[in-house]
Design a binder for this molecule. Structure first.
Ligand code: SF4
Ligand code: MG
Length: 283
């Protein structure tokens, strides 16, 4: 079994107190509890403070372009569908720049786990407003307050076909660890949206703000009840934030529906050893 330091990369450069520290520990802990080693997990990072974890976490990883972590992850999964694929992104990257990819990844039920650091801002570029910020949120890019209403990531994922939708809080590392582990165990597109205070640029959605508004889903919530899950997701509109698995459903994953992948992975198919011959066709 691997140890937490096996996943250590360079020392993180996150601001002291940033929620990313807690999420980083939760991700490493979940990888260990899932019996994965750095060479067994394929991790695709987005751009941003969360994406910088590409340097801080030792794994078989790729730092992708703005908003393009999901298509890269989908490509990696189709090429080697036996691999565990994890995507680590921010809210601006996943729901803003990559919002179209997010919707279609949900529809396809691509078998991967997406951990979103949801802080309402583009932290790495010094705090411009991101899609989950509340209407009226003032930032450098919206000095008079943002005009648009916020994206509801949980409702969006549930309604567009994701088969595992959960929410965690960066201030509760043990709970977030469990959610990420359960998301990786689930076969299908799994979203773990983690409420993450950006202590430097977001002075609204602080630890105190969330501590008075988050609550854990109880035994009375049935994750298989889509309507109940959507109702829980919509509580964001009254500034209540349920933590736990809102929705879970079993549905065939994308690669299971491709007959060419039934016997082996694309990577193992022999034609990939003859890439020079294929390239010769284009000379
Ligand atoms: Fe965290 Fe915000 Fe600092 Fe980025 S800018 S490391 S999100 S506190
Ligand atoms: Mg962000």
């Amino acid at each position: 079994m691997s140890k937490i330091d096996d996943f250590d990369g360079y020392t993180p450069t996150w601001c002291p107190g940033c929620g990313d520290w807690g999420i980083g520990i939760a991700i490493k802990s979940a990888l260990i509890k899932s019996n994965l080693t750095p060479s067994k997990a394929m991790i695709i990072f987005g751009i941003g403070c969360s994406g910088n974890m590409n340097d801080f976490l030792n794994a078989y990883a790729m730092h992708s372009l703005h908003g393009r972590s999901l298509p890269n992850a989908i490509g990696a999964k189709i090429a080697q569908h036996s691999a565990t694929v994890l995507v680590i992104v921010g809210d601006g990257d996943c729901y803003g720049e990559g919002g179209n990819h997010f919707i279609h990844a949900c529809r396809g039920n691509h078998d991967m786990t997406v951990v979103v650091h949801d802080n309402g801002v583009y932290g790495l570029t010094t705090g411009q407003v991101a899609p989950t910020a509340d209407k009226g949120y003032k930032s450098k890019s919206t000095p008079s307050g943002i005009i648009e209403v916020p994206i509801n990531p949980l409702a969006l994922a549930i309604s567009q076909g994701a088969t595992f939708v959960a929410q965690g809080f960066a201030g509760d590392i043990n709970h977030a660890t469990t959610l990420i582990q359960r998301a990786m165990e689930h076969k299908g597109f799994s979203l773990v949206n983690i409420l993450q205070p950006c202590v430097t640029f977001n002075k609204v959605n602080t630890y105190q703000y969330y501590l008075s508004r988050v609550y854990k889903l109880g035994e009375d919530h049935s994750p298989t009840d889509k309507r109940a899950a959507l109702e829980k997701a919509m509580e964001a509109e009254i500034e209540k934030f349920p933590l736990g698995v809102l929705y879970q459903k079993s549905r065939p994953v994308f690669t299971d529906s491709i007959p060419q992948l039934a016997s082996t992975t694309l990577l193992q198919k022999s034609r990939f050893t003859r890439i020079d011959e294929l390239l010769a066709d284009f000379v």
